[in-house]
Ligand binder design. Structure first.
Ligand SMILES: [Fe+2]
Ligand SMILES: [Fe+2]
Length: 419
């Protein structure tokens, strides 16, 4: 009868232990509760659970109960001890019978003082993950074979808990390693793209730095649209590479100091399709970079090239790059045309919103400018590219506000105050 009750009690504890191992998020807490359950179910006076560190060849105490402050927190193991524990498996070792092992000789004093009677090596799938130390039973009687069976079963649960934790830690470590590797590759990719953009720009002496600037403007637009970091990077890369097709256009056409003739123009106008051909075979991590190259000269009203697509047929990323590209064309000196004043450029974007440009992109771009000019944004994204004074001209701020109110859906909530 007594055995029967004991069995029921133990099964209860075992079930709880299983639950602990499976559900507790906090590892330390899980081990603590598990040890208490083990000690409680057999009325054992004291004990502790230690985790084995393969690198330090030591056992580090995770939790202790009734072992006092003097008990060592870290216990070293030599190879012989490790080997012996591994061959022993999960069965409890009686400390008094194991004095031949160096481990028990070294820690004899601590073990004797605290009356550690049993040591259970936590061997899980042929791996030593830790040990459980157990003191004497509260009634002073020796452990029975039945007790040892229970200890063995409960120890397995605790061992599995530790093994799981080790596995998680290893997975986290590998994930972290992968993340670092990925970050490095990403940086390499971005650097390569930038180097490429510089190479494209080298060919065109009048529009030096064009691709790099278009990359940066595209990035600003994407940021203003609230894109996440990956999307912003993707859009920036599309900007950097949009004119890659120009690499195959003859230098004298690109650098012509006059308005080029129809034949030359046809040659130049091939660059979006050529760019697409160059970029399509490359796997780009985030955005559809090839499509941005192919369609960055399309217009909403269908009057662009190469395909004369209309609004909804133009990939969105190409619309972004188109605006960035046009803005740079208007704000830099060309062989046959000087850069236009900021007010004129803003006016042009407003006039062409809905014809060439997607209106909400013009709004986003102008909002970005306004935020910088009013000091809402500390970062000097435009000033760094356009020079300090270009946008700081009279009339620019009211004009930007006008664009924001004129193009975006105007409600009392979105209206930008004009004073
Ligand atoms: Fe272009
Ligand atoms: Fe361009």
């Amino acid at each position: 009868m007594e055995n029967h009750q004991k069995l029921i009690h133990t099964f209860g504890a075992l079930a709880e232990l299983g639950y602990e191992v499976a559900h507790k998020q906090n590892f330390q807490e899980m081990i603590r509760t598990s040890l208490h359950l083990l000690l409680g179910s057999l009325a054992i006076m004291r004990g502790g659970v230690a985790r084995f560190s393969r690198f330090g060849h030591e056992l580090n105490m995770l939790v202790m109960r009734g072992l006092g402050e003097e008990f060592p927190l870290s216990l070293s193991l030599c190879h012989e001890d490790e080997r012996q524990f591994l061959t022993n498996g999960l069965a409890p070792i009686e400390v008094a019978q194991a004095k031949v092992l160096p481990f028990f000789q070294i820690y004899d004093r601590s073990f004797t003082k605290k009356r550690i009677d049993l040591l259970v090596p936590l061997v899980i799938r042929d791996d030593l993950v830790g040990v459980i130390l157990l003191g004497e039973k509260a009634n002073g009687e020796p452990y029975t074979a039945y007790d040892l069976d229970i200890i063995c079963a409960m120890s397995r649960h605790i061992g599995v808990g530790i093994a799981q934790r080790n596995l998680m830690a290893e997975l986290e470590r590998r994930a972290e390693e992968n993340r670092k590797l990925y970050d490095e590759m990403r940086t390499t990719y971005k650097d390569t793209v930038k180097a490429f953009a510089t190479a494209i720009d080298c060919k065109d002496k009048y529009t030096e730095g064009h691709s790099v600037r278009v990359g940066k403007y595209s990035e600003i637009i994407a940021q203003e649209l609230g894109y996440d970091q990956n999307e912003v990077e993707g859009v920036a890369i599309a900007g950097y590479l949009h004119d890659v097709g120009k690499l195959t256009v003859e230098r004298n056409i690109i650098n012509a100091p006059y308005r080029i003739n129809a034949k030359e123009s046809a040659e130049l106008n091939k660059h979006p399709s050529v760019g697409y051909e160059i970029l399509a075979p490359i796997h780009h991590p985030y955005a559809d970079v090839p499509l941005a190259a192919k369609y960055h000269h399309e217009r909403l009203d269908g009057r662009g090239y190469p395909d004369g697509l209309y609004d909804k047929d133009i990939p969105y990323i190409a619309k972004i790059v188109n605006l960035a590209d046009s803005f740079d064309a208007m704000t830099t000196d060309r062989p046959y045309k000087r850069r236009r004043p900021a007010t004129e450029v803003i006016e042009d974007m407003q006039r062409n919103a809905g014809k060439q440009f997607a209106p909400e992109l013009v709004t986003a771009f102008c909002r970005g400018m306004l935020r910088e000019l009013t000091g809402e944004l500390r970062e000097k994204r435009f000033r760094r590219i356009l020079g300090r004074d270009y946008l700081d001209t009279e009339g620019v701020i009211p004009m930007l506000k006008n664009v924001l109110n004129g193009i975006s859906p105007t409600t009392p909530l979105t209206l930008v105050s004009l004073d």
